[in-house]
Design a protein. Structure first.
Length: 158
């Protein structure tokens, strides 16, 4: 989610990076633990990335993925509307920049997904994500178009 006034300051990262990160987690962790593999639902996760602003961002949710640079606020569960389950993952980071590297972006959203998944499932722990992250293919991540063209970024602008 991006406010219209913030489009130019949004990270210019291809949506393929987020898709790769999600697919990587799904294939290598969720399928084996039978998490979110129910065919009767479609799942949608929206990322809301904001640059840290000390005037606005004073309180944070306690999360094992939080660092001094990155704070995550996942919803505690999926919302449901018919056959769609959806959730919003909020990220506040000092690293959010228009030309941040795809590798840094991938690391941040990986942790955002992890923060949500350990909240909604007792089958996974932070340590599972930490171990899996070490094997992520950063060459693949850095092969996607960078900087991405704004019109191709699939932004939800409000």
């Amino acid at each position: 989610m991006v406010e219209r006034a913030e489009v130019e300051s949004t990270p210019r990262i291809s949506p393929e990076v987020a898709q790769y990160v999600w697919d990587y987690i799904y294939r290598n962790l969720l399928v084996g633990k039978k998490i979110l593999i129910d065919d009767q639902f479609k799942y949608r996760i929206t990322l809301d990335l904001k640059k840290f602003d000390p005037e606005k961002h004073k309180f944070f949710t306690d999360c094992p993925f939080n660092t001094t640079e990155n704070k995550f606020r996942p919803e505690p569960r999926f919302n449901k509307q018919r056959s769609l389950k959806f959730a919003l993952l909020s990220v506040i980071s000092t690293k959010i920049e228009p030309l941040m590297s795809p590798r840094i972006y991938a690391d941040i959203i990986y942790d955002a997904f992890g923060s949500f998944l350990i909240l909604i499932s007792k089958k996974v722990k932070k340590e599972d994500f930490d171990e899996l992250k070490k094997r992520m293919d950063y060459d693949k991540i850095e092969s996607f178009l960078f900087p991405a063209i704004i019109e191709d970024m699939k932004l939800f602008i409000f």
